[in-house]
Design a protein around this ligand. Sequence first.
Ligand SMILES: Cc1cc2nc3c(=O)[nH]c(=O)nc-3n(C[C@H](O)[C@H](O)[C@H](O)COP(=O)(O)OP(=O)(O)OC[C@H]3O[C@@H](n4cnc5c(N)ncnc54)[C@H](O)[C@@H]3O)c2cc1C
Ligand SMILES: NC(=O)c1ccc[n+]([C@@H]2O[C@H](COP(=O)([O-])OP(=O)(O)OC[C@H]3O[C@@H](n4cnc5c(N)ncnc54)[C@H](OP(=O)(O)O)[C@@H]3O)[C@@H](O)[C@H]2O)c1
Ligand SMILES: Cc1cc2nc3c(=O)[nH]c(=O)nc-3n(C[C@H](O)[C@H](O)[C@H](O)COP(=O)(O)O)c2cc1C
Length: 612
Amino acid sequence: MSANSNNQNTSVGAPGAILSEPQWNAITQSISGLSAQQLTWVSGYLAGLAASGQALPQSQAAAVPSAAGEAPVLTILFGSQTGNAKGIAQSLQAKVEAAGYSSKLVSMADYKPRQIKNETHLAIVASTHGEGEPPDDAIELHEFLGTKKAPKVDKLKYAVLSLGDSSYEFFCQTGKDFDERLAKLGGKLVVPRVDCDVDYEAEAEAWVAKLIETLKDDFTSAGAAAVAMQTGSAVAAGTAAQVYTKKAPYQATLLTSQKITGRDSVKDIRHIEISLEDSGITYQAGDALGVWFKNDAALADEIITLIQASADQEVTVAEHTLSFKEALINKLELTLSYPGFVKAYQEASGCEALAKLLEDKAALRDYLADRQIVDIVRDHPHPVTAAQFVAACRPLTPRLYSIASSQSEVEDEVHLTIAHVDYDAFGNRHQGGASGFLCDRLEEGGEVDVFVEPNDNFRLPENPDTPVIMIGPGTGIAPFRSFMQERDAQGAEGKNWLFFGNPHFTQDFLYQLEWQGYVKSGLLSKISLAFSRDQKDKIYVQHRLLEEGKDVYQWLEEGAHLYVCGDANQMAKDVESALLEIFRTHGGKSDEEAKAYLLSLRKAKRYQKDVY
Ligand SMILES: Cc1cc2nc3c(=O)[nH]c(=O)nc-3n(C[C@H](O)[C@H](O)[C@H](O)COP(=O)(O)OP(=O)(O)OC[C@H]3O[C@@H](n4cnc5c(N)ncnc54)[C@H](O)[C@@H]3O)c2cc1C
Ligand SMILES: NC(=O)c1ccc[n+]([C@@H]2O[C@H](COP(=O)([O-])OP(=O)(O)OC[C@H]3O[C@@H](n4cnc5c(N)ncnc54)[C@H](OP(=O)(O)O)[C@@H]3O)[C@@H](O)[C@H]2O)c1
Ligand SMILES: Cc1cc2nc3c(=O)[nH]c(=O)nc-3n(C[C@H](O)[C@H](O)[C@H](O)COP(=O)(O)O)c2cc1C
């Protein structure tokens, strides 16, 4: 069997009283990975069965032949928070199908961990999030494979592609874990694992090609090729919807950049409006917008002077030949620093102080924590060639921003809520690459290259009657503005509860009038506010959650979906601890039961996070 996964079709509500949890799990497991066409066929088949008044006998159900028994199937599992691993997994499937192999593409969120024992060929594409942690959709499988319950997989041939970012301490940890755990269980790694950094495209392509070549002998079936032709169109149809992509973005226009924090605020948070007019771009509540940015020209000039290079020197970056200055502005990361730059710059410059720093990993991390690339060069200016400097830098990567609008309300615009990274350090002003571009350097009417990054792991419930709890301090508020606009447009009857926090009520109550309007109209049933610095002791959203624990638990028992957006490092973890506390206190659960309850919410897609 060959199938294309479309997560949009899997976020259905809980089965309620109709199905038991095991039945529900079995159904979602069986249909995950089916294309829209296949789902339509299955629904017609089931409707016919129901209309005939006959249930499929159990023995017959068990006897339905599995395509997996007839020819090998490559199961492609992805664990992805922001879509990169999913994109590679989809492209892998398109390529294996083109090669005539049978395949099945499944999000780890929809995969029953015990199923692993039935696999013969498995390709894993997984990113790492948090501090070396798996993305949400991979948590369960990742954990399961590390437990004693995990089965032996002696017959399994597998391959792993890990995505990560070498500026993090635990680089590509999740992919490494999957590899290690499968090997321990007896699986055979058939192509070497590749740990990709932020510029993953070329390495990922090479890994895909190698995997296809390696599996050639196992997958040479005429039948597989016939099935592949059918679903090839499903893959093409899926991708055609997004005409503009990370590689081919849309040149949009900045309409508005408005500061929405007060004059005396410690924060500069902007409401950004971008026109998508005539692009045909569509997005859903929960998606993010990818933004390509230009570095500050002054930063490029300063670096050129410090390393005594020429601005006009021709250089090549990822097949583009352009001047060194243009490359610094448009193609290279100059703000986010990482250990690889220090190593390459040290080798090019022969700097002794940096050589010493490189010997002490912890000291290097401390040093890099507050420093951008330009700070390193300022601290250690040495003559290096333009080509050496280019080789030391990483290619510029777009930043993602949770979309703060719904197209039902704003049509061909997209709104964002952006914290302007802007601080003084070491005697200089520092701005974030993308937030500095959008909030400071780009004038209204200016052009910005954008693309939509769909996020099927952060979706409103399909049933508009389902209650929703939204926890979004700071810029974490963004997707909830989108959610409320969408629920308003839907005429959704479900209750909505917002938890918001920021330093001060008078300065930092983002979109205050809109929330008050929603409260007045009744769309927002409850709002719980945590202004952290308006009193002696800090009050955060999780404190409000605990105070309201009884009602929060009650809403969840009524089927509410719960969403968390904003800071990943502290807030999301503290909120999760508060939820577990609520389940213990108000649900009478033990530690283990509270964790199981949270897991069941996550599996039912009723606990979703968009954290960064
Ligand atoms: C799925 C997703 C959704 C997101 N949604 C949003 C959103 O809705 N709104 C939003 O504002 N951001 C959002 N982000 C974060 C956003 O993508 C960028 O990471 C953020 O804007 C910083 O990017 P930058 O290019 O401006 O700064 P960078 O150039 O990436 O960072 C510059 C450096 O400054 C450091 N730094 C940042 N802030 C400070 C500070 N205050 N003091 C000292 N050092 C600092 C950073 O650690 C970094 O080393 C989201 C991220 C993801 C992954
Ligand atoms: N140095 C950095 O790299 C840096 C600096 C700032 C923000 N950020 C990141 O930028 C993103 C957006 O920041 P933002 O300005 O939107 O919001 P934010 O910094 O997350 O702050 C929003 C609110 O959350 C509070 N808060 C702080 N710690 C918390 C915790 N453990 N639990 C719950 N609430 C907590 C803050 O209080 P207090 O501020 O009063 O404690 C504030 O009231 C986040 O990912 C954040 O991590 C990075
Ligand atoms: C909040 C956050 C935390 C991250 N933590 C790590 C990490 O600990 N280790 C790592 O190697 N990469 C880390 N990354 C980088 C991602 O793995 C990388 O961006 C990857 O391409 C994302 O793939 P995905 O879109 O499939 O989730 C982190 C990214 C974000 C946004």
